[in-house]
Ligand binder design. Structure first.
Ligand code: ZN
Length: 463
């Protein structure tokens, strides 16, 4: 479908196990039970074709003894978890990827506040927020800071050299990002646009230019770590979690090797229904990572404990993505177990999901839809109407509403941005444009021509 397919290990690597625990300063027992004697039997039971494991989470601490000069290691760390995972996966001949938090690194922020993202009021910004500007500790990185060259890239290359890892799944990246008001970013914005001062709030003049600049800055940051890894070791694959997915329409310019997103602790199936229909148009290998567990009354609340999902629930979530041609991962995080031990009954459920997936692999893998209805999800409209967070600031509701209505009426639906739809417009008998009020002139002109030639266009919205 696309002339530049992404790279992947091969079609036989179809079902992955993702394990992370976001190591923190107080952790002591990480890796004590992440040893081949314990991991190998359970990895075999899971049937995983590839494995992703903990490396550095949002707290910024490693679950292994990094030798990078700027590394943060839990002071009482006793064992090298990564060494255990590598030995076990090597024994089973499985690719091993690192779960590595990119933009969000609390330990790096504490050591180097000058590396961090600055809010509109000149404050540090604290943890990621879905929409509003926040003030807090310095814990998210500015994409133009020295973080990339002094910690992230050296540590990624160290992981390749010392552990021979096969890939990186960079977390805490797009969804942890927002426009940065540090002097570096402000100066570069003015240099590129000629606009002397960035706006402070969505809706102010020049906000679309400012948020577009932030998106471009993020893509450039991703490209720098991708290029560094590929130059060092061309066979190692890189993914930035949620990049080039449903809430990030537009040409997939950053040179990641595959697309993935963790979906989700709640409403997993409805989330996947849109994600799968959009990501499948990106022209890269892709997977959806299903959270293996959920909570129903709010994340982290005392009356809302984490519960492992029933097998049938995971199978249902898997089905809607497999049918669109993707691969799959299941995310395991045994809440209070910090030693790296995998829990047998939970892995047994993952095995049953794997069995369901593999039984459908031959039919589903790399399948493509037969074009019937295209729902337009314009990157031009998105950039004109974004909030502050580079992922959660995109309002997907109009597209979701259109997609769910059409699916419930048993139509086949693809979700395409302008980049994907323009070359394929004539393939679709029907195009739906739900409240896409700020299309590019090129898209408007193409849609006019499309209707003149007999295409059916449904516009919704006001005005
Ligand atoms: Zn900055």
């Amino acid at each position: 479908m696309n002339p530049t397919p992404g790279r992947w290990h091969g079609n036989q690597f179809y079902f992955g196990l993702h394990y992370d625990l976001h190591a923190g300063k107080e952790d002591t027992e990480l890796g004590l039970r992440a040893v081949p004697a314990e991991l190998v039997p359970l990895l075999m039971l899971s049937g995983a074709d590839f494995v992703q494991t903990d490396c550095k989470g949002h707290p910024g601490y490693t679950s292994w003894f990094s030798q990078a000069a700027e590394a943060s290691i839990p002071p009482k760390l006793q064992a090298d978890a990564l060494q255990g995972w590598r030995a076990a996966t090597q024994q089973l001949n499985l690719p091993l990827h690192c779960h590595y938090s990119g933009i969000w690194d609390k330990a790096a922020g504490e050591k180097h506040p000058e590396w961090t993202l600055i809010g509109p009021g000149g404050d540090y910004t604290g943890p990621p927020s879905p929409d509003s500007a926040t003030a807090g500790k310095p814990e998210r990185m500015c994409p133009r800071s020295d973080y990339l060259d002094r910690l992230m890239i050296p540590q990624m290359l160290e992981l390749v050299d010392r552990y021979n890892v096969n890939g990186f799944w960079i977390d805490g990246d797009l969804w942890a990002s927002e426009p940065c008001y540090c002097p570096r970013c402000r100066a570069e914005f003015t240099r590129r646009t000629g606009i002397p001062e960035p706006p402070k709030e969505p809706g102010e003049p020049n906000w679309p230019q400012w948020v577009s600049f932030a998106l471009d800055s993020f893509y450039e940051y991703v490209a720098r770590y991708c290029d560094a890894v590929h130059k060092h070791s061309p066979g190692v694959l890189v993914c930035s979690n949620w990049l080039q997915t449903f809430r990030n329409p537009g040409p997939p310019v950053a040179p990641t090797d595959w697309i993935s997103g963790d979906n989700a602790w709640i409403w997993g199936m409805d989330g996947s229904r849109c994600e799968a229909r959009f990501i499948s148009t990106r022209g890269k290998h892709w997977d959806i990572m299903l959270w293996g567990f959920f909570c129903s009354h709010g994340m982290g609340l005392p009356d809302s404990p984490w519960t492992f999902k029933p097998v049938q629930m995971l199978q249902q979530e898997a089905a809607v993505t497999l049918a669109l041609g993707c691969a799959l991962q299941v995310y395991e995080h045994p809440e209070s177990v910090r030693s790296g031990q995998l829990i047998h009954w939970r892995i047994e459920r993952i095995r049953q999901v794997n069995q369901f997936v593999k039984a459908r692999q031959e039919l589903c893998q790399d399948t493509e839809t037969i074009p019937q209805i295209a729902v337009l999800h314009s990157e031009h409209h998105t950039r004109q109407n974004m909030g502050r967070n580079l992922m959660w600031g995109v309002d997907p509701a109009p597209v979701q509403g259109a997609v769910y209505s059409l699916l419930e009426n048993h139509y086949n639906v693809d979700i395409l941005d302008e980049w994907a739809l323009l070359p394929r417009l004539k393939d679709f008998p029907v195009v739906v444009s739900p409240e896409q009020n700020d299309l590019s002139a090129e898209m408007v002109s193409a849609l006019k021509e499309y209707t003149e030639q007999g295409g059916k266009l449904l516009l919704s919205g006001t005005g």
